[in-house]
Ligand binder design. Structure first.
Ligand code: LLP
Length: 469
């Protein structure tokens, strides 16, 4: 079993999950490290039965390392909790904006979940991964006509966000003589405590219909022959630790549901969005997946009973809490700079291009030196990236052992909104990503090469000149 000896509490060991049985694993979103993280007899960090330093030797650095067991566990906990706590039908759909790639979609599909996509590109990726279109829900506040046509052609459910989309779809489906399943996104007017950029449910939000318009929207839909409005949706924000906002949302959704039935719309699905937070630091305290599912399920059940409504099919669309804690990013330590009395910078070979969350949302992360896990945490340093930008700092106050050039520095909790928001700033190629499972590794995304960085550049003929070297 994993050591929790007091002498190790001030070392990288303190972040390890306290797993007592793999059959009954803890909720991944409450752990700082993937569930399979452990320290081997050489004091090195292993995930999925693989030593991180060896993975970096094999696949290069930086490297996203996704633990398949943790991802599958989160999927199962969502799915099984709904089966336990919700009396009606339910479906968990993965908000693939958190990380959309073939392997991730394929794993999640194999666990029986559906998918939330927000662009033609995400739709294409899920379809390429073999996901059936009846499990795909297409979101977005400004889908292009081409994206709507694509969604109509493949037959996924379209989450209609605004009047332009509603009217475009009404016209498209009538012209194609093809029925389309839609759900309406409304703004619930619910405040929650999270970063203002990732709050979406308050009234001043670019997403969804203003509920004041609900009668006009329902009247319009009721007149369309090809628009089947099967459900209603709202999403209140991301990285939320409270249960109350989603419980309040249940009441709001039930009211809209009741009204939809008055208009005789075939609504039978309510979607409560995503938003459950994960633990990035010791002080983050999100509810477990099952606690969250229980709270949401009971709130929907009691709101519908109060309004004398039949139990709807219940959808939730988590992103971060499904995949966030399943991945870590391994970097290699390069230069350090000590500014006496001020701070010490420890630079790694990645940064804001592979993890833009600290610079965008001031997100806080934890890290370890994976090749010396029990070394005492004597230093308080700033882990800086390698980009030409002073703000390119991954962790402002990192508690670490003395870091040496060549050490493997691992940042935890990088599964959600890291690869998917990565860029090529400074023409730095995006890192490779691998999955690990019981000592096996598979490359899931190749590292971008210099050649990849220029392959879509075009040099107009008139600019081509003889290069004199
Ligand atoms: N459903 C809708 C309609 C959403 O807009 C989102 C996230 C989700 C579900 C999934 O939420 P989650 O379970 O992941 O909290 N880039 C930001 C997060 C943006 C979230 C956008 N919408 C970040 O890195 O924190």
């Amino acid at each position: 079993m994993l050591s929790t000896h007091p002498s190790l509490q001030n070392t990288g060991y303190r972040y390890l999950p306290k797993i007592t049985s793999l059959e009954l694993p803890p909720s991944p979103n409450q752990e700082l490290m993937p569930l399979t993280a452990k320290v081997n007899s050489e004091d090195k960090l292993e995930i999925g039965g693989c030593e991180l330093g060896l993975l970096v030797e094999q696949f290069g650095s930086p490297l996203y390392i996704l633990d398949e067991f943790t991802l599958r566990t989160a999927c199962r906990q969502y799915r099984d909790s709904f089966a336990t706590y919700y009396s009606g039908e339910s479906l968990v759909i993965y908000a693939s904006k958190a990380w959309s790639c073939l392997a991730v979609c394929s794993i999640i599909d194999s666990e029986g979940l559906g998918f939330d996509v927000v662009s033609g590109g995400e739709l294409y990726t899920t379809l390429q991964a073999g996901v059936s279109s009846d499990k795909i829900y297409f979101h977005g506040n400004n889908k292009s006509a081409a994206e709507l046509k694509y969604a109509l052609d493949v037959g996924c459910t379209i989450m209609v966000d605004n009047w332009l989309e509603l009217k475009t779809l009404a016209a498209m489906s009538a012209e194609a003589e093809k029925a389309v399943k839609i759900m309406l996104r409304l703004t619930p007017g619910i405040e929650c405590h999270t970063h203002e950029y990732i709050r979406t449910g308050h009234l001043d939000s670019k997403f969804g219909f203003d509920p004041q318009q609900i009668d006009a929207v329902f009247t319009f839909i009721a007149k369309q022959t090809k628009l089947n409005c099967i459900g209603l949706h709202a999403h209140i924000g991301s990285q939320i630790f409270e249960r109350q906002p989603h419980q309040d949302l249940a009441g709001v959704l039930a009211e809209w549901y009741k009204k939809a039935r008055e208009y005789k719309l075939p609504v039978e699905t309510l979607n409560v969005g995503g938003g459950l937070g994960i633990r990035y630091t010791e002080s983050d305290d999100p509810p477990s997946i099952s606690e969250w599912v229980k709270a949401v399920s009971k709130a929907i059940e009691s709101a519908c009973t109060r309004q004398q409504l039949p139990l709807p099919k219940l959808i939730a669309e988590p992103g971060r809490s499904l995949i966030g804690s399943a991945c870590v990013t391994a970097y290699t330590v390069g230069s350090s700079k000590e500014i006496p009395e001020v701070r010490t910078y420890v630079a790694v070979d990645g940064g804001m291009s592979d993890n833009p969350r600290p610079i965008t949302y001031q997100s806080v992360y934890r890290s370890v030196i994976a090749n010396r896990m029990s070394a005492p945490l004597t230093e308080n340093v700033t882990v800086a990236g390698k980009h030409c930008e002073s703000g390119d700092v991954l962790i402002k106050d990192a508690s670490l052992p003395v870091a040496q050039t060549g050490d493997i520095l691992v940042v935890m909790g990088t599964g959600a909104y890291n690869y998917s928001m990565a860029s090529n700033y400074n023409r730095i190629g995006r890192p490779a990503a691998i999955i690990v499972n019981q000592g096996e590794t598979n490359l899931i995304i190749e590292r971008e090469t210099y050649q990849n960085l220029v392959e879509r550049d075009r040099l107009p003929e008139r600019l081509v000149r003889e290069t004199s070297l």
